[in-house]
Design a protein. Sequence first.
Length: 264
Amino acid sequence: MGAVLYELNDGIATLTLNLPSKLNPIALDLQQELRECLARVRADSQVRAVVLTGAGKAFCVGADLSAMREPEAGKTLGDQTADWMQSMSNPLIEELRALPVPVVCAVNGPAAGAGVGLALACDIVLAARSAYFYLPFLPKLGIVPDLGCTWFIPRRIGPARALGMALLDEKLGAETAAQWGLIWAAIDDDLLLLDAMKIAQRLARLPAHAVLEARRAIELSERHTLPEQLHYESERQRELIEQPSFAEGVTAFLQKRPPVFPAR
């Protein structure tokens, strides 16, 4: 049994963080295995969507602090940590965001520290009602939030609430996270995985390029003016209207049936 479990059923790949006795810390072996699983998804055109979740009582409690004691010879602990992040953690988040299929995160328990960034790198985030999101970086350790937390959180809930999460040493419950717009929805604990699979199945029926186009358009809107974004939208339509998925969508609409899009 590895640090990450991979299961494929009907085009849905389920990736389960599998260090439950430690509450799924984002240890180096877990990061490496998760990146390997993402590579499997990229290579398998039959995968149409991904569900990411955790085994046991937690989703992911962040860094494995027990492994951050003795740096390698010739390095400070800060140097070693930054090097690990730049060679392993940061590429993990970038690869997750670049995955050519939609990713549903089922936050089954606490998401703390880097675990928050890992969850928010996914496209649709569901959380069990008993789950919470917690940023202990500055209040407990004097370091900045990482794994994309300072990028994802203010874009979802605004800088005021993002700063409050970073400084106030408070756990943000799943229902409040949903009300604020940090996640898609809070779900009854016993229905979490079932609902995550239902959403993944819906997403799996999308045109193969849909998630990449949606991510790109929304991210660009953060730095575009309105005229720039309008121009971007029209230029994407110039190309996408010529694709088979548009023709299938129009035909399905006229025939009053659901569209059927091919695998990527």
